[in-house]
Design a protein around this ligand. Structure first.
Ligand SMILES: Nc1ncnc2c1ncn2[C@@H]1O[C@H](COP(=O)(O)OP(=O)(O)O)[C@@H](O)[C@H]1O
Ligand SMILES: [Mg+2]
Length: 377
């Protein structure tokens, strides 16, 4: 049975729909993040899960039991969930161990057992040696670990985290992402993780629900989201990408100065054909055998284009287009080239390895890995 199920959940404030007909199923032991820009409804969704807020439509179920509906909402203290907020407020007048043990105390856990569980969790979050310190004597990361330990020690059915790392500096944030994933793996807690940071979501999550304007645009594994974005919003929000607009002409998509065969686009496991596909025709559109003229929008990641000085021979699902370097920036780990291609209004961004050096105005061949090109709605 699924752990947490949101069915057609909406929440309006006045006539503004902050969350709009959301459907989401989270399995036992899964870590799912809600990822989206500020104001898209992440916190509102989380607060409904926790019971701080009622939905204006729809239901929320935990382990098959309805806990929220417009008419009745089980209060937070009866949901066996823990929530960690942006400001993870630990009590300044309590030691680390007292902070962590507080939830057990109010649940009237016997002292010996409480002590054992607090010790255990402090070891896991590597705070054993600091158990008698006060929050003011801890670094930001250590305080964040106290908040995590305090939420986990009570063995919540679901742990909800709302941008828990946003008050930490960049290095610490990166370290804590792995820490949160490690804690999840160790305790297998069902977790919902809210963030606007795509890298954070990708490191921590089994699946990511990408939210936009109160709705989920796509929910998938980090790999699928990156490689198979279904909408332009998702393609642009998860990593960098190039958008191209073309017209469907027969079995090809025509981009003005070159065209690509529809069948190869986004086909991760290309079937080998007897005759290898020919290189894209730089002179423009191919035959339009009874073609519809439908517009097609595709996303091409900067690292799915490779630049060559001379034209390579055609290989399966790789297509070469003459191009010109218009701008370049050296980023240390890679080159960021802006490459003009026939028929395109905007140059394409190409990420190349540091040793692949081209000068501005160089005439090159841009090889597009069509299996990595995705057609989006
Ligand atoms: N109590 C409230 N009253 C009115 N509007 C609200 C309230 N809470 C949230 N909103 C609005 O709902 C939208 C979503 O907010 P929120 O869920 O906090 O977004 P996020 O967490 O994704 O940044 C925002 O436009 C916000 O202004
Ligand atoms: Mg928020």
């Amino acid at each position: 049975m699924s752990k947490l199920v949101l069915r057609n959940v909406s929440r309006s404030f006045g006539d503004f729909a902050a969350v709009d007909d959301l459907n989401l199923t989270i399995e036992e032991g899964e870590l799912v993040s809600l990822l989206g820009p500020s104001g898209c409804g992440k916190t509102t969704t989380l607060r409904m899960m926790a019971g701080f807020l009622s939905p204006t439509a729809g239901t929320i179920e935990v382990a098959g039991k309805v806990v929220s509906s417009p008419g009745s909402t089980l209060p937070p203290e009866r949901r066996n969930m823990s929530m960690i907020f942006q400001s993870y407020a630990i009590w300044p007048n309590m030691t680390v161990a007292e902070n962590v043990g507080f939830g057990l105390k109010i649940r009237k856990t016997p002292a010996a057992e409480a002590r054992r569980r607090v010790d255990e969790i402090l070891e896991v979050v590597r705070l054993g040696a600091l158990r008698d310190r006060y929050p003011a004597e801890l670094s930001g990361g250590q305080q964040q670990r106290v908040a995590l330990a305090r939420s986990i020690v009570v063995k919540p059915a679901v742990l909800l985290l709302d941008e828990p790392l946003s008050n930490l500096d960049a290095n610490l944030r990166e370290e804590m992402r792995f820490e949160i994933r490690r804690l999840h793996d160790e305790f297998r807690i069902t977790m919902v993780y809210v963030t606007h940071d795509q890298a954070e979501a990708m490191v921590t999550s089994d699946r990511i629900a990408v939210m936009n304007k109160g709705r989920i645009e796509q929910i998938d594994s980090p790999y699928e989201l990156y490689c198979r974005p279904k909408t332009g919003f998702v393609a642009g929000f998860i990593g960098r990408t190039n958008f191209l607009e073309g017209a469907r002409r027969g079995d090809r998509v025509d981009f003005g100065g070159f065209s690509l065969p529809v069948a190869t686009l986004g086909s991760e496991a290309p079937t080998r054909t007897a005759t290898p596909p020919v290189a894209a025709d730089a002179n423009g559109a191919t035959n339009g055998s009874g073609a519809s003229d439908a517009r097609v929008r595709v996303s091409v990641r900067p690292q799915c284009i490779q630049l060559h000085r001379t034209q390579p021979s055609a290989a399966d699902h790789r297509f070469c287009v003459p191009a010109r370097i218009e701008r370049r920036a050296y980023l240390g780990e890679s080159w960021d080239y802006h490459v003009g291609m026939p028929g395109l209004q905007e140059p394409l961004r190409v990420a190349a390895r540091p040793q692949e050096v081209f000068e501005v105005d160089d005439e090159v061949f841009a090889e597009i890995d069509t299996s990595q090109v995705t057609v989006i709605d």
